[in-house]
Design a protein around this ligand. Sequence first.
Ligand code: NAD
Length: 375
Amino acid sequence: MKIAVAAESDKAEPRVAGTPETVKKLIGLGAEVAVEPGAGLKSGVSDADYQAAGATVSKDAVRDADIVLRVRRPRADEIIDYKQGAIVVALMDPYGNDAALKALANAGVTGFAMELMPRITRAQSMDVLSSQANLAGYRAVIDAAAEYGRALPMMMTPAGTVPAAKAFIMGVGVAGLQAIATARRLGAIVTATDVRPAVKEQVQSLGAKFIAVEDEEFKQAETAGGYAKEMSKDYQAKQAALVAEHIKKQDIVITTALIPGRPAPKLVSAEMVASMRPGSVIVDLAVERGGNVEGAKPGEVVTVDGIKIVGHLNVPGRLAASSSALYAKNLLTFLESLIDKKEKKLAINWDDEIVKGTLLTRDGKVVHPNFQPKA
Ligand code: NAD
């Protein structure tokens, strides 16, 4: 069983899919591990660190690998180097990328999309969306604090008092919860909103105030999978009115709202931005999925009338060492579920919920039911 840790071809991706810790464990499971040169550098891992963990470092690492571990989906010109039938585990970014999925299928690789991991208890330690969103939520507050020209905590000094910053977190999933906790630790006064009722208690238990339109639709807004539904026009209008009133008194706004497979809901309009005072900071964590904030630009910090809108891309990558450590661990746990530990070889149960949920391509076809080519 040969496992390769690929170097990411996308220059904007500093994370890596294997760390010395996971390499050691994979070798313990009976694998030979090869790492592409420089794969871990941007995450603070040198080639020598991988070698010390028992891996070989080679530019041909992926060529004869049975399993290739990656952060991002390989490009079409990269997969031609992969062995027929090789397993590729990565963030495949499957929504709206039919041509790329077709190329993956045509290359004959067995592709697993880690972002499709079912949200069941057994798969919690394989949940890459959670591990990365948690760090993104933390980093969003750090980025906001760095852009904000004032202190966050209240400070009473002989020279005068600095008031505590008011932070508003919109969308309280994994990223939002961590953003609340981080903003609280930094001393901000925190409020938060979401459309899922389950969130209210979580927000309160973190010491923040929950603000939402709590009507009948709100009570039904959570899917069986634990995600949000797209809300009706009527609800959106009520929500916008509430947010408009609240946001003008806020110093920092962090938006994290997502609906799986849909564009991000628009929550902050240009008028709402304009109602904030100069020096305020908005961080749009949903910018890669269309954005929650009008005027947010992917990869840029835009200033509109003195209000900064931060649209960093790949926010988990801004903490590459931490995100790689957790991502690599998610992949390790997933692989453990595919390997027979006694026989020390691959033994995939194709009927397992985790395998079925994440398997994207196999035997030359896109096999996941959600991504079937349209007739
Ligand atoms: P997500 O990234 O899909 O969305 C972020 C948040 O945005 C969600 O809380 C969502 O409700 C909210 N949102 C969507 N539309 C909105 C709108 N119009 N206005 C305001 N907020 C809006 O969500 P996530 O972070 O992946 O987490 C979703 C849920 O799944 C959480 O409750 C989380 O705790 C749960 N979860 C469960 C497991 C598990 O059981 N294995 C693992 C991870 C997360």
